[in-house]
Design a protein around this ligand. Structure first.
Ligand SMILES: C[S@@+](CC[C@H](N)C(=O)[O-])C[C@H]1O[C@@H](n2cnc3c(N)ncnc32)[C@H](O)[C@@H]1O
Length: 486
């Protein structure tokens, strides 16, 4: 069964309203900056939502045209040298000429003569500070290779105003002074040039989760999380903006305890430069653990509820957060038991999806430790599992049952599998999500169920006020609900 996951529950809620508000990306660089600029720019494509202003330290105006030519060879966007009063354009790179400073004011760049207040021209600090006056999230400051500390003050000002700051990884920069000084701004993202390019090409900067812009009153732990989440999203494509912060903080604290680093800011600074650590945090945040017949009586109650459903074939079930597969195989075994007893037609389909590729690989392989089968009725084990090792420490799901379940990777918060489904079994995921995401999902489930479709969640989860008129409880104790037609 191949199911195209194309129905986006969020699209109806958020209609597009014309062109997006542009984000103005200011790039500051000095010694070693030309190489870095070329590498960064080569991967940037027009997005229709960002414009770039470059402040590269130069000795005099004569170099600006040469820089324009050098960057133009690497750029998919036009590169232009700014004149006083020029309005920067989206999908364009504007260079500040040497020998002067530039500040943003009322949508235009104003060129100012050198002043003793700023040591280098064009001053990165002066440009960043002027952009900080833009509405929150509409400016982004980038600091690339350079000696000295120009840009550090500007980064702080940008961050305090809720804007994004990206800093080239010092280890990668030819001159570390400017990146190292800029990293002191709380909430600055330290990235390689390749990741910076990906970051800029990714979702609109203004659409990033609010966590990217922590409120000034955020605790040090929340600040730490706010620095890590965008980097995790960057490396793993998993965005945890919709997950409960408290749960993420607990998992982060646990992971930090496991490392030898007791100081949180130092742990964060280290983790930001370690893709492996970011991947591991993502795995910890997803918690892809499961078990067979988790809450056994609830599964028995569910099988009883199936008998009351109208018998349309095929009977179709979706498990949207299946982790390592145990829940989906449990449902398949129960369904097969009813088929064998002559209660239901053998025509049924089971789709199981999850965000976590690694967990899905386990699910597809379908080998489980003997200890994982301990709670399972023994007749099920004998019918549906074969020992995979001579000592019987590992058992594999029988091929016939494996062929019943189709596994697919999907991010439930972006796409839901199109129905109609007789059953959606979504257990132990809602509990990790913020209320608004839970609500959005439950509405999406309602839309994808058959008229008498069932929703099965876990005993530690509830449907909440918003869903009360969408479902009626079939068995409240076991969290089995039936769709209400509206
Ligand atoms: C605790 S496990 C639940 C496993 C299984 N449903 C059970 O109850 O035994 C939660 C699963 O939700 C998955 N998950 C988290 N966010 C998701 C998302 N946005 N889309 C799809 N799966 C997600 C995780 O990868 C993890 O495997």
């Amino acid at each position: 069964m191949v199911v195209d996951l194309t129905c986006d529950p969020s699209s109806a809620a958020l209609p597009e309203t014309g062109a997006p508000t542009p984000v103005w990306v200011a790039i500051g660089a000095s010694a070693g900056g030309l190489d870095a600029l070329q590498q960064l720019i080569i991967g940037l494509l027009p997005t229709g939502r960002q414009g770039y202003i470059v402040a590269q330290h130069m000795a005099g105006g004569v170099h600006a045209e040469r820089l324009r030519q050098l960057l133009s060879h690497h750029s998919a966007m036009p590169v232009r040298v700014a004149a006083d009063g020029d309005a920067p354009q989206v999908d364009e790179i504007l260079l500040i000429p040497g020998g002067c400073h530039a500040v943003w004011q009322a949508g235009a760049l104003h060129l100012l003569p050198p002043s003793e207040h700023y040591f280098s021209t064009p001053s990165v600090d002066a440009l960043f500070a002027s952009l900080a006056a833009l509405p929150r999230g509409q400016a982004c400051g980038i600091v690339l290779s350079g000696s000295g500390s120009d840009g550090a003050e500007g980064c702080k000002t940008l961050r305090q105003a809720g804007h994004t700051v990206l800093v080239q990884q010092p280890a990668e920069a030819r001159f570390q002074g400017m990146p190292e000084a800029a990293m002191a701004a709380r909430g600055a993202q330290v990235l390689s040039l390749a990741d910076m390019t990906r970051w800029l090409q990714g979702p609109r900067l203004t659409d990033r989760p609010a966590l990217n812009h922590p409120a000034p009153s955020a605790s040090p732990e929340e600040e730490a999380l706010a620095r890590l989440l965008p980097a995790i999203a960057q490396f793993t494509q998993v965005d945890f903006g919709g997950y409960k912060v408290d749960t993420l903080l607990r998992r982060l604290a646990k992971r930090q305890r496991e490392t030898a680093e007791p100081d949180l800011p130092r742990y964060v600074a280290w983790a930001l430069g370690q893709p492996q650590e970011l991947w591991l945090l993502q795995q910890r945040f997803l918690v892809s653990v499961s078990s067979f017949f988790r809450d056994r009586t609830a599964f028995e109650a569910l099988a009883a509820a199936w008998s009351a459903q109208a018998s349309t074939t095929p009977w179709r079930c979706w498990v949207p957060a299946c982790a390592t597969g145990e829940e989906a195989y449990t449902l398949a075994m129960l369904r097969e038991a009813g088929v064998a007893a002559g209660r239901w037609s053998a025509d049924f389909e089971l789709l199981a999806s999850d965000l976590n590729k690694e967990a899905l690989a386990v699910a597809r392989h379908a080998c489980y430790a003997a200890t994982a089968l301990r709670e399972m009725p023994v007749d099920y084990r004998d019918r549906w599992f074969l020992p995979a090792t001579t000592q019987q420490e590992v058992w594999r799901v029988h091929e016939q049952l494996r062929s019943r379940v189709h596994f697919e990777q999907a991010d439930l918060l972006h796409k839901v599998a199109p129905g109609p489904w007789d059953l959606i079994s979504c257990r132990n995921l809602l509990i990790y999500l913020k209320a608004e995401c839970q609500d959005r999902l439950i509405r999406a489930f309602h839309a994808q169920l058959k008229p008498d479709g069932l929703l099965f969640i876990s005993p530690s989860e509830t449907l909440g006020q918003a869903a009360m008129n969408l479902f009626v409880p079939v068995d409240m104790g076991h969290r089995i609900f039936r769709k209400v037609l509206r």
